[in-house]
Design a protein around this ligand. Structure first.
Ligand SMILES: [Zn+2]
Ligand SMILES: [Zn+2]
Length: 283
């Protein structure tokens, strides 16, 4: 068995899928990242990228699947009905609805399968949906994933996850506006403290200065703010995530160069990576 921690990117786009000739390199699927360790896989978000992940998991029926959601916006849930393991008889799939809101028992992943928005309803699905509402963090810890919740700045709120697995720390902070015009849930300094010296910081980097002021308050960060956060926190790998659907491969390549040069000029310890589909980081 492979004893490495494997972080894999299946969907790196924000807001809406954006396939086409302009987005071949980075990919057009919406948010989905997996973290595998031994016989377990933790999935962060179920945007359309989860479809490809599901196809790869079908061959591996013994792997236990845990799905965390940052929040229930479309680009984080829409791929779930197309996730093949849920059509495998008796396959255990664990979800954690109470992490998002108190007193909810059914995940929005499953609620969208209501017959109106998707034709197959949950009672027609042969896998076992397990909703862990009692002490979900203890359940995940018992299974090898120590998780701290981090409440982010986002309209309607979003949850970040600081995940520790086999001594590797991965911060999944997407749909976070580092400097919003509305009242902050978390300050910059607190974000620095949360991801301090993390091995991987995966952070929403949807906008550039040119997108402002129109999109100020829409719940996403400027690319350069993510660079400043990662550098300040001395994270080893800054992974820029949740790219704008309008951003072409060529534009993303240029933006990466700008951030890499800035980090170099500061003698930074942080390595900048623009997330792309099928990128794998192994530790
Ligand atoms: Zn989003
Ligand atoms: Zn959102």
């Amino acid at each position: 068995m492979n004893n490495k921690v494997k972080v894999e990117f299946w969907g790196v786009r924000g807001s809406v899928p954006s396939p086409g000739p302009e987005t071949i390199k980075y990919g057009g699927n919406t948010s989905c990242v997996s973290i595998s360790y031994k016989d377990k896989i933790l999935i962060c978000d179920a945007g359309t990228g989860i479809r490809d992940l599901g196809s790869s998991l079908v061959q591996d029926p013994n792997k236990e699947i845990y799905i965390l959601l940052s929040h229930s916006h479309w680009d984080h849930i829409q791929g779930f009905p197309f996730f093949k393991p849920i059509y495998q008889p008796d396959r255990p799939v664990y979800m954690f609805p109470s992490l998002l809101k108190k007193n909810i028992v059914l995940s929005s992943l499953v609620e969208q399968m209501d017959g109106a928005h998707f034709p197959v309803t949950p009672d027609q699905v042969p896998s076992n949906f397990n909703f862990i509402t009692h002490n979900p963090l203890a359940f995940l810890s018992k299974n090898g994933f120590d998780i701290e919740l981090v409440f982010l700045n986002h309209p309607g709120s979003a949850l970040g996850y600081k995940i520790k697995v086999n001594d590797i720390t991965i911060c999944y902070f997407t749909d976070n506006e580092i400097e919003p015009p509305y009242k902050k849930t978390i300050e910059f300094d607190q974000l620095v403290e949360k991801c301090n010296t993390a091995d991987v910081l995966i952070h929403d980097a949807q906008y550039t200065k040119e997108d402002m002021p129109l999109k100020h308050g829409w719940g996403h960060s400027l690319i350069h703010q993510v660079t400043e956060l990662g550098h300040e926190a001395k994270v080893k790998n800054i992974v820029y995530f949740h790219h704008d659907p309008e951003r072409s491969d060529e534009q993303l390549d240029k933006l990466l160069d700008i951030e890499a040069n800035w980090l170099k000029s500061k003698n930074s310890l942080s390595n900048p990576i623009f997330a792309q589909e099928r990128l794998i980081l192994e530790f």
